[in-house]
Write a protein that binds this ligand. Structure first.
Ligand code: 5GP
Ligand code: ZN
Length: 112
């Protein structure tokens, strides 16, 4: 499968791993919006969030919640943006579902 994120999950392309279990893989974004910018993926190759089945979204977001808490605590972040770009017109550049976790601080210039 010629998918960048599938290659990251398999280790064919190196990444800075943050978390891994049977269903999800999380790693640091190569072009971070802020320190600790993390991407969480389902291991199953699904191109878009709106193509996911409900039980897969539950598994993904349980992990996103756990990882968000860990990122916030580890970096002592004041908040996080947690989000998905769904589809090319919405800014999705890699067609394998992924959730961005972006640590935020007051007056960090990142907008809302
Ligand atoms: P999207 O724009 O699709 O929502 O997010 C894709 C993200 O993947 C971008 O924030 C981009 O910086 C990140 N990214 C793209 N290629 C790589 C890579 O090879 N390694 C890592 N760690 N992140 C990548
Ligand atoms: Zn993939």
């Amino acid at each position: 499968m010629d998918c960048l994120f599938c290659k990251i999950i398999s280790g064919e392309i190196p990444s800075h791993k943050v978390y891994e279990d049977e269903f999800v893989y999380a790693f640091l974004d190569i072009y971070p919006c802020s320190e600790g910018h993390t991407i969480v993926l389902p291991k199953k190759h699904i191109p878009r969030f709106t193509e996911m089945e409900e039980n897969d979204t539950s598994t993904l977001f349980e992990a996103v919640n756990r990882i968000s808490k860990a990122v916030e605590k580890t970096l002592d972040a004041q908040g996080l943006n947690v989000g998905i770009n769904n589809g090319e017109v919405a800014g999705q550049t890699v067609p394998h579902v992924h959730v961005h976790i972006i640590p935020r601080a007051e007056n960090d210039g990142g907008g809302s």
